[in-house]
Design a protein around this ligand. Structure first.
Ligand code: HXC
Length: 255
């Protein structure tokens, strides 16, 4: 990863921040994006001074195409190129489908599905123009193909992102050598998703019981997988989704 340039959207907290830290440790230049400037500044502080010169903070909203355009320009201006894009920015909340407002539906679809497309298209256009064989990594969830009871907006958006991953893997893979893959994390500690799942003691217990390995995943484990998928070692991986959930989604009939 040395000297590679990687954009991580939603990189100021949770899995995004851990991926950014890992990529920096591997010698990459990393641009993290986020909507909240204070959280971006806090992320920079946490990342530390050692790698500060290889870190770029971009205050933006993936729902806004002008912001996305600026993200590409600022990254290229600072680091000279872009090699990889991690579409990690997400929004989610628990709501019964029948109670979800149109605004609530739109807000998650706009962040997860539309935001992922805007970022992928903007970075993809830059790669095509500059003949760069870049790599896209999308963060989905196992409910992209399974059921996401209570999160119909997120499940529908992630299913779309998975279709987008496979479509771009074929369309841009055969024309431009651009790869697109996805990670489907299960419940991962120290993330916004886990905080939501652990709002009540009962929900926390249910979650832990649903994972055959009996524990949450760690953001470091996600970062390690992300690093592998973006590396040359995975150069032949394209259109794949790798699940990292301790076997949770397969656990239909607990033994
Ligand atoms: C019901 C809600 C709600 C809630 C928001 N809304 N939160 N409805 N229950 N808890 C409704 C609002 O009432 C409003 O509709 C509409 O959604 C938009 O709300 P805003 O707050 O104006 O939206 P916005 O500022 O755009 O915020 C987006 C967000 C927010 C998604 C709602 O939660 C967010 O920014 N989250 C980012 C961080 C995050 O969620 N990370 C976790 C990702 S985890 P009305 O009709 O009232 O106007 C993940 C994977 C989980 O994705 C995997 C688990 C295994």
């Amino acid at each position: 990863m040395k000297d590679k340039v990687i954009i991580v959207t939603g990189g100021s907290s949770g899995m995004g921040l851990y991926m950014a830290k890992r990529f920096l440790k591997e010698g990459a230049n990393v641009a993290i994006t986020g909507r909240n400037e204070e959280r971006l500044a806090a992320a920079k502080k946490q990342i530390g001074e050692d790698t500060e010169d290889r870190l770029l903070l971009i205050s933006m909203d993936v729902r806004n195409v002008e912001d996305v355009d600026r993200m590409v320009k600022e990254t290229v201006r600072s680091f000279g190129r872009i090699d990889a894009l991690v579409n990690n920015a997400a929004g989610n909340f628990i709501s019964p489908a029948e109670k979800l407002s149109a605004n609530g539906w739109n807000s998650v679809i706009n962040i997860v599905l539309n935001g992922t497309f805007y970022c992928s298209q903007a970075v993809g256009k830059y790669w095509i123009e500059n003949k760069i064989k870049g790599s896209i990594l999308n963060m989905v969830a196992t409910y992209a193909w399974n059921a996401g009871a209570g999160v119909i907006h997120s499940a529908s958006a992630k299913a779309g992102v998975l279709a987008m991953t496979r479509t771009l893997a074929v369309e841009w893979g055969q024309r431009y050598g651009i790869r697109a893959n996805a990670i489907a994390p299960g419940p991962i500690e120290r993330t916004g998703g886990a905080d939501k799942l652990f709002e009540s003691e009962e929900a926390a217990k249910r979650t832990l019981q649903s994972v055959p390995l009996g524990r949450l995943g760690t953001p470091e484990e996600i970062a390690g997988l992300a690093k592998f998928i973006l590396s040359e070692e995975a150069a032949y991986m394209n259109g794949e989704v790798v699940t990292l959930d301790g076997g949770q989604w397969l656990n239909q009939f607990p033994f």
